[in-house]
Ligand binder design. Structure first.
Ligand SMILES: *[C@@H]1O[C@H](CO)[C@@H](O)[C@H](O)[C@H]1NC(C)=O
Ligand SMILES: *[C@@H]1O[C@H](CO)[C@@H](O)[C@H](O)[C@H]1NC(C)=O
Ligand SMILES: *[C@@H]1O[C@H](CO)[C@@H](O)[C@H](O)[C@H]1NC(C)=O
Ligand SMILES: *[C@@H]1O[C@H](CO)[C@@H](O)[C@H](O)[C@H]1NC(C)=O
Ligand SMILES: *[C@@H]1O[C@H](CO)[C@@H](O)[C@H](O)[C@H]1NC(C)=O
Ligand SMILES: [Zn+2]
Length: 431
């Protein structure tokens, strides 16, 4: 009897002290983004590693990106927890409506004047609280914020091969060594696929299946690398994306939109970004705003918004940078301006309520429950979750930890497990 009691105490001490010790340790966090991973891309493909993650961690049924379902705006919402109207990264292209200058997405990566609009991304907030952070190709990581750079930055160069599986693995090896040898606390790792394949071939093409299988193998590799680097008990991982993808509707299935049929763009607009998927922006010439709105209101398969009439739920209208007129095409329609030069077979930029724009959320690691399926949520809530995981005091943000904290073990729950064990053991020792 006395021996049994002694054993109970020994076991209890182990059970109770382990989670407590873990809570005190500074956990590390890896945020991985696979651009353009639609929420259901894994459902018609054999994905053993993603399937295993459902058992070993957390899966959300899907998540909703912010309105303006494009790479830079959406990634920046994830890393700031702010709506697009607040962080002001209102397109993939950087533009100036006065000079008509436009820079393509990849050329914006080091342009701080595009990213640094007063809202601090998590890298900087975490660094200011003593953590070490890095960005591997993640949009916004290459800029400085109030003069401050991310501790370590790799910026994706033009012409970078997005789908080289060997390089994907080398990237993981490098990131793992940052965590294990250099004690980085937060790394954001970005991959340009499956977005490229989705654009070039369309979401229903067999090549999309192939790239999802490649991503799945990469996730398997990531998990092996975590074990190899002894990071299993200290590294939390979130795998997510910025938006989905939909098939572009073409002739003869539909009459494609050609905006110049409805308004003389040259005469009525001084600035425009069109021919870029489902989202377009325009600056009407002086006194021509009503004419632009009237003309576009008559065009089929799109909705035109005066900036000050954009529904509040879009969280876009308060942007200072956004031009006065916004055009949103119905799902699958491209906003062609004058000609149909558009070659993409798939695209995004459509309303974030469309299922085809929804994207993925997976997570695993010591702080996450296992076998936990979360209801859908907005990607803006990832930010406070990341702050909680890193024990960082968040900057002002628009997310809510209440939405996601059920995914995490809480002290109460680990104590609950211990108490159950205690009861079980004392029952055993009495008998
Ligand atoms: C656009 O360019 C003009 C002329 O160079 C400059 O004065 C203005 O500040 C720029 N606007 C923005 C928003 O960068
Ligand atoms: C992929 O990357 C590896 C490592 O950088 C390189 O050796 C190989 O040539 C690349 N393959 C292709 C097809 O570009
Ligand atoms: C992981 O831990 C084992 C056992 O302590 C050690 O032998 C090994 O070198 C470690 N691996 C790395 C990559 O640090
Ligand atoms: C596009 O607009 C036309 C004209 O209003 C309409 O007949 C058609 O149903 C629309 N197409 C789709 C796919 O909504
Ligand atoms: C988002 O958060 C910022 C900072 O706290 C706040 O100023 C803004 O009003 C919030 N937006 C909404 C729609 O609540
Ligand atoms: Zn894209």
């Amino acid at each position: 009897m006395r021996l049994q009691l002694f054993l109970v105490l020994v076991v209890l001490t182990c059970v109770l002290s382990k989670p407590l010790k873990k809570n005190e340790e500074q956990k590390k966090l890896l945020l991985v983004s696979f651009d353009g991973f639609r929420w259901d891309y894994d459902q018609d493909v054999d994905t053993p590693h993603l399937d295993q993650l459902v058992v070993d961690g957390v899966k959300a049924k899907y998540i909703t990106p912010p309105m303006l379902t494009m790479t830079s705006p959406s990634h920046f919402t994830t890393i700031t927890g702010r709506w697009v109207e607040d962080h002001e990264v209102v397109h993939n292209m950087m533009f100036n409506v006065t000079t008509n200058q436009k820079l393509p997405h990849k050329e914006t990566m080091k342009r701080s004047e595009w990213w640094d609009n007063g809202v601090l991304p998590l890298w900087i907030t975490a660094q200011n609280q003593g953590l070490k952070t890095a960005s591997f190709h993640y949009p916004g990581g290459g800029a400085t914020y109030r003069g401050q750079a991310v501790n370590r930055v790799l910026v994706e160069e033009h012409g970078f091969p997005d789908d080289n599986e060997t390089e994907w693995r080398l990237n993981i090896d490098m990131v793992m060594s940052w965590f294990s040898e250099e004690d980085f606390h937060l790394v954001t790792l970005y991959y340009g696929e499956p977005d490229n394949v989705g654009h070039a071939k369309g979401p229903d093409h067999p090549d999309r299946i192939k790239i999802i299988q490649q991503i799945d193998r990469t996730i398997g590799y990531l998990r092996e690398a975590i074990e190899y680097h002894n990071l299993t008990d200290s590294l939390n991982v979130i795998i997510t994306s910025d938006h989905g993808m939909t098939t572009i509707k073409k002739r003869p299935q539909v009459d494609e939109i050609i905006l110049n049929k409805y308004l003389n763009l040259l005469k009525l607009a001084s600035f425009e970004i069109l021919d870029y998927g489902g989202f377009g922006i325009l600056t009407p010439r002086t006194g021509k705003e009503q004419e632009v709105i009237d003309a576009l209101s008559k065009a089929p398969n799109l909705t035109v918004y005066r900036k000050d009439e954009i529904p509040e739920s879009f969280h876009l209208g308060k942007s200072e940078r956004l031009p006065p007129v916004v055009v949103m095409a119905d799902l699958g329609f491209n906003l062609n301006s004058r000609l149909i030069v558009y070659v993409n077979k798939g695209d995004h930029g459509f309303h974030n309520g469309e299922m085809d724009m929804k994207t993925i959320f997976r997570a695993f690691g010591p702080s996450f429950k296992r076998n936990f399926v979360s209801e859908p949520f907005d990607s803006i809530h990832i930010y406070p979750l990341m702050c909680k995981l890193l024990q960082v005091e968040p900057a002002p943000h628009n997310g809510s930890l209440a939405v996601t904290e059920d995914m995490l073990w809480s002290r109460g729950e680990s104590a609950g497990v211990s108490i159950t064990l205690l009861l079980l053991l004392s029952m055993l020792s009495v008998s």
